[in-house]
Design a protein around this ligand. Structure first.
Ligand code: FEO
Length: 394
């Protein structure tokens, strides 16, 4: 994609990655992504904010040539992760007078990863400013969105926030601005669930910190630019601060149908009590959709058969994921089946120490579920509904 003007003398010069389907060899990208880089020209100096993923560095360098950029004074690194910083060596080589501007922690990480000479850096403190002449960049330290070194860059005169990953979305597209709010909400929520949610408490502080800034536009380094910033700020505040909803997320695996029968029964019993259930067959589920569902869930119930005494590996994966991304669920339970012996409950329960949940007694059946097992599932549904009511969620 050729350069596009965001505002007078502010250009999008990054790359769109339409075909990427996996991030960090882990996170599904159903809609591709973009690596946004922004060129900001002032009357005195020129700055580049973030770079691009190394395989797409030529797009960035060609865009700078198309704009006939002969000089860059500052390359701002809001974040050290290579999808934004990975072209540092090429950009600094092309513009030998440029200084890499970042936090002290970011500087160390960039030297560790890319072996950049120490004298190419300018470290900035929280709220420090750099003048570009008629424009001023202010740097807002914002650790843990989503690494410890992260900062945001605020262009004072135009009131544009460049927050790198914060408020971003993995969404490839030709529109500079958000034009399909539904699609953007879904992509941003997926991004929140997978990338930001583990740092929810630190993000609460950063959301409070940016309240003092007038923000008319948010230009993240993934996905479209928010020309209605209230939309994404309110979504983030809701995901970060609000109570979970009256929702049970039920990831499960079934090998011979016993656990599936239990899942079907429990889902009906919960629905009959006006509890929303989101059910995921882990053999085929998009793990990103499961992460998104966990954002608002009050209760997590994992369904698993017993394999070699423990939980099915797919159920263990779901428990590991939930433990890692730290959703705000309040309750958890386990349902499942076994043939001759099981330690699935003990092993799964030990895998979720990060979840601050009350464990509701599991329901585990021997062989195919029978009347007593269905009664136990009915009781489990009743307990979950009562807990949701007591928490004010119904
Ligand atoms: Fe888009 Fe944390 O990198």
């Amino acid at each position: 994609m050729k350069p596009r003007e965001l505002k007078r003398n502010i250009y999008c010069v990054g790359a769109i990655d339409w075909d990427r389907r996996l991030f960090d060899s882990l996170i599904p990208l159903p809609d591709g992504t973009s690596y946004n880089s922004y060129l900001v020209k002032g009357t005195g100096k020129t700055a580049l904010i973030d770079t691009v993923n190394p395989p797409m560095k030529d797009v960035l360098l060609e865009n700078l040539d198309l704009l006939e950029v002969k000089n860059i004074d500052y390359v701002i690194f809001n974040h050290a992760e290579p999808d934004h910083s990975g072209s540092i060596r090429e950009v600094l080589a092309k513009y030998p007078e440029a200084l890499a501007v970042c936090t002290e922690k970011c500087k160390g990480m960039l030297i560790d990863r890319f072996m950049v000479a120490e004298d190419r850096f300018k470290v900035v403190q929280d709220k420090e400013t750099l003048s570009l002449g008629d424009r001023t960049l202010e740097f807002i330290h914002a650790p843990w969105v989503h690494w410890p070194e992260t900062m945001l860059t605020y262009l004072r005169e135009e009131k544009i926030l460049f927050p790198c990953d914060f408020f971003g979305s993995h969404l490839a597209g030709t529109d500079i601005f958000v034009r399909d709010a539904g699609q953007e909400y879904e992509a941003a929520k997926r991004y929140w669930a997978e990338i930001m949610m583990p740092f929810r408490l630190q993000i609460q502080k950063n959301l409070e910190k940016i309240k003092e800034y007038q923000i008319e536009m948010i230009a993240p380094s993934h996905g479209p630019v928010h020309d209605v910033p209230k939309f994404i700020i309110e979504a983030y505040r809701s995901w970060a601060f609000d109570q979970p909803g009256n929702i049970v997320v039920l990831p499960y695996v079934s090998m011979h149908g016993s656990t599936r029968k239990m899942v079907e029964y429990l889902v009906s019993a919960l629905a009959a009590r006006s509890v929303t259930v989101k059910q995921f067959d882990l053999a085929v589920a998009d793990i990103g959709k499961l992460a998104m569902a966990l954002v608002d869930a009050a209760t997590i119930v994992i369904g698993t058969p017993t394999v070699l005494i423990g939980p099915h590996p797919n159920a263990a994966h779901a428990a590991f994921l939930a433990n890692a991304i730290k959703p705000k669920a309040k309750f958890a339970s386990i349902i499942g089946s076994y043939g001759w012996g099981t330690k699935a409950v003990e092993q799964l329960a030990a895998m979720i120490p990060n979840l601050k949940v009350e464990i509701i007694p599991p329901v585990i059946c021997k062989g195919f579920p029978k009347e007593a097992d269905f009664q136990a599932l009915e009781a489990l549904a009743e307990t979950i509904a009562e807990k949701h009511k007591a928490a004010g969620l119904i």
